[in-house]
Write a protein that binds this ligand. Structure first.
Ligand SMILES: NC(=O)c1ccc[n+]([C@@H]2O[C@H](COP(=O)([O-])OP(=O)(O)OC[C@H]3O[C@@H](n4cnc5c(N)ncnc54)[C@H](O)[C@@H]3O)[C@@H](O)[C@H]2O)c1
Ligand SMILES: [Zn+2]
Length: 343
């Protein structure tokens, strides 16, 4: 079992990664919270697949079954969950478990942070996106008017990662979340590219390295004042593409395109050699990710969205480029400057 400890201003998290960890969750939770009751936030898809097994592993837990999909990451869903917990007599000394992809863990973490001023929270991410990104470092959120507008920072006390959840994704050679793994390789740990080239993917290694990268990067910069912004690599354009296409492309595909454009910007700035960008592009393509803008989107169409970037300071956007694999650099630029270099 791999154990990663994360210390933050808001408390510490223990992240456990092990193939087959799901079978042990009952014992682990009982040990950590002997006197608490459990509520499990889970979406319909996962309830169908894992609901019966969870009822055996964590008997008597209240299942808060949510409609699946980003469109339901709303305050309405949070309020429905809270109502069920109040009816069930849950208090702040009880535990909410977010079991699912990033949508579920974002919602469960958010509710945990506000329910009776904060209750215990455990995350069991089931998607690669959840394992390497959404369930790590404590950002929780709900969409309101735009994506992730309402949120808190509330790290899960325990993050239980079982790569076994991803087996069927591996068989299809298409795994949402892989663009984030490529991102971690690009900005922090170049050895990830070797792992991505291997004939048989070692998920355990990829997840461990990605989680460590996120923990090390956020640990250096808890207030998001500086270094943490490198996590935005590929996301300036990724978010713009998502918004411009009305979320027709999922986050992963949009970030994949965004990484390729960020590399073009880096090369035009004279900061990156083409071979570096090519390495990222071939890793993304190997896993079936888009590396070209959709035919109906032109770079110039993205200007208005880049201008709205949440990370902007005044009119400058901290644009992340990767001069060398494993090293990132932040270049503050205006949206117009960025678009000009991205053409
Ligand atoms: N808090 C953060 O720091 C952070 C970081 C990155 C992403 N996010 C958020 O994460 C969300 C995206 O996460 P996601 O890509 O996991 O999407 P998701 O949670 O919407 O899940 C996508 C689909 O996959 C299904 N699914 C999940 N695990 C499965 C499994 N093991 N087997 C079968 N089906 C499974 C779900 O039921 C759902 O239908 C977004 O809302 C995003 O804002 C948050
Ligand atoms: Zn992302």
């Amino acid at each position: 079992m791999v154990k990663i400890e994360e210390k933050t201003r808001w408390g510490s998290s223990t992240i456990l990664i092990e193939d087959g960890l799901l079978a042990k969750v009952g014992t682990l939770l009982e040990k950590e919270y002997p006197d608490s009751r459990f509520a499990i936030a889970i979406d319909y898809n996962l309830e169908r697949i894992y609901g019966p097994q969870l009822r055996k592993l964590i008997p008597n837990a209240l299942h808060l079954v949510l409609p699946a999909g980003e469109a339901n990451k709303t305050m309405g869903t949070v309020i429905d969950m809270a109502a069920k917990m109040i009816n069930g007599g849950y208090t702040a000394t009880d535990v909410i478990i977010g079991f699912g992809g990033g949508m579920v863990t974002d919602l469960a973490g958010f509710l945990a942070s506000i329910y009776m001023r904060g209750m215990h929270y455990v995350a069991i991410p089931t998607s690669l996106m959840g394992m390497v990104d959404a369930a790590i470092a404590g950002k929780t959120s709900v969409d309101y008017i735009a994506k992730n507008i309402l949120g808190t920072i509330y790290p899960a006390r325990l993050v239980l990662i079982d790569p076994g959840f991803l087996k069927h994704f591996v068989e299809n050679n298409r795994m949402p979340g892989l663009a984030e793994v490529v991102k971690f390789g690009a900005i922090h740990d170049e050895t990830i590219f070797k792992d991505l080239e291997a004939k048989k993917l070692n998920l355990m290694t990829l997840i461990k390295k990605s989680v460590s990268a996120k923990v090390e990067i956020t640990g250096k910069d808890l207030k998001e004042s500086g270094h943490r912004k490198i996590l935005n690599f590929g996301h300036t354009f990724g978010h713009a593409i998502e918004a411009a296409t009305h979320y027709m492309y999922n986050h992963d595909q949009a970030v994949s395109m965004g990484i390729v454009i960020a590399n073009r910007v880096g090369q035009k700035l004279g900061l990156q050699k083409p071979a570096i960008g090519d390495k990222m592009k071939s890793a993304l393509e190997r896993f079936g990710m888009s590396t070209e803008l959709p035919p109906n989107v032109r770079i110039d169409d993205l200007l208005e969205w880049i201008k709205k970037d949440k990370k902007r300071k005044g009119n400058k956007i901290p644009f992340v480029v990767v001069p060398k694999l494993g090293q990132a650099k932040i270049i503050p630029m205006t949206a117009e400057e960025i678009i000009k270099l991205a053409r």
